[in-house]
Design a protein around this ligand. Structure first.
Ligand code: PLP
Ligand code: COI
Length: 366
């Protein structure tokens, strides 16, 4: 789909009741994940006759939905997650946003939603972050989390793809995803529930995948763990990913392994960036099936030194404990591993502009 620069122009309607400066500054001093939102949102509407239309930035506020709106019944919804980072000179940048635009199109195809061009995806983010630039925090480990999403807005109860769709971007100043900060987290491996199966929606970023993860996630919490880890639905043998993150294993001999992109896991942009950074270091990386049995044995005999989670929200987060029915293991001595933390620093140095962006990953917004 092609969009000219003119078509991609967003009409800006500013709120008449902006958050007072002191209140915003207080919210930015210690932001928590996904609780507080900025003053505006970007929005584009779609219908089957006109395609994408009415590009605008408008005051942040509730959506009025008819009770028969399709998304409320059949869950035809997809989303993305990326961050805007404040650099020392005050400029604001996002990280590989074209990759998020691309993944949103892949998710759209799977969920029978209309595809959005790069120009519209990037245009919406740029327009919103320019209007709400004062909301990009400056404290360490913080950023403005951007949540683009698309849903079936047609009022119709028949089961078919919607003829009216809305795309929005909202923004939330955030700190570390886990409440303990950048500390090792505990993972619960569920053998009872699966997130995705062959031919399903596992590789799409759709709300339904997360809905399916909430019960096992609750069981993880009940077992003192912050995240749930899923195994493959076909055999129940191999690691797939966490509820909201991909997973990597660091062997004591320096090799690194991560589950391959099997069509049932989300193709993480952090995952792909970590693979690039590891290749740059000349590290040996294997994208392959990793059996839970191999992981348990390796943690027990010390041949597995570190395990970490990665994703936009989590960045790189060390995993200190792996538990499930009949096992509870501490990884290494339970503290953050050196390889994990070095990779995390390498990635965040690029994101926050402290290191040269040799891969052209950063995209200036303001
Ligand atoms: N896997 C799942 C299920 C996720 O929700 C996420 C987060 O978006 C990821 C992996 C990591 O993806 P990314 O690095 O693109 O944020
Ligand atoms: C993200 O990292 O952007 C996600 O969507 C994952 C979720 C845990 C917030």
């Amino acid at each position: 789909m092609s969009t000219t620069a003119d078509e991609a122009t967003f009409t800006i309607t500013r709120t008449t009741r902006p958050t007072p400066d002191a209140e915003r500054e207080a919210a930015l001093a210690a932001p928590k994940f996904g609780i507080r939102f900025t003053d505006h949102m970007a929005r584009i509407s779609w219908n089957v006759e006109e395609g994408w239309t009415n590009r605008r930035v408008e005051p942040y506020g509730p959506l009025q939905l008819d009770p028969a709106t399709a998304v409320l019944h059949y869950g035809q919804e997809i989303f993305e997650g990326l961050k805007a980072y404040r650099h020392e000179d005050g400029s604001v940048w996002s990280f590989r946003p074209e990759a998020n635009a691309d993944r949103l199109r892949r998710s759209a195809r799977r969920l029978a939603l209309p595809e959005l061009s790069d120009a519209d995806f990037l245009g919406a983010i740029e327009a919103l972050v320019r209007v709400d630039a004062a909301w990009v925090p400056t404290v360490e480990e913080s950023s403005l989390y951007l949540r683009p999403f698309m849903y079936a807005s047609e009022v119709f109860l028949g089961v078919r793809s919607a003829r009216e769709v809305e795309f929005l971007v909202i923004a939330s100043p955030v700190g570390p995803y886990f409440s303990g900060g950048v500390q090792p987290v505990s993972i619960w491996v569920t053998t009872e529930y699966h997130r995705a199966g062959p031919g399903g929606t596992g590789a799409a970023k759709c709300g339904g995948n997360y809905a399916a993860s909430l019960l096992p996630q609750q069981i993880a919490y009940d077992n003192g763990c912050e995240q749930v880890c899923f195994l493959d639905a076909r055999t129940g043998t191999y690691l797939e990913e966490l509820g909201g993150m991909n997973v990597f294993v660091v062997l004591a001999d320096g090799r690194i392994a991560t589950p391959e992109q099997s069509g049932t896991i989300l193709e993480g942009i952090t995952r792909s960036s970590v693979l690039t950074l590891l290749a740059e270091e000349g590290r040996e990386v294997e994208e392959r099936p990793i059996a839970l049995a191999e992981l348990r044995a390796g943690i027990e005999d010390g041949t597995i030194a570190e395990v970490f989670a990665c994703g936009t929200a989590a960045v790189l987060t060390p995993i200190g404990r792996l538990a499930g029915e009949g096992f509870d293991l501490t990884i290494g001595d339970g503290s953050a591993g050196a390889t994990t933390m070095a990779l995390r620093e390498r990635l965040t140095d690029i994101q926050y502009g402290r290191a040269e962006d040799t891969y052209g990953w950063m995209h200036r917004l303001v």
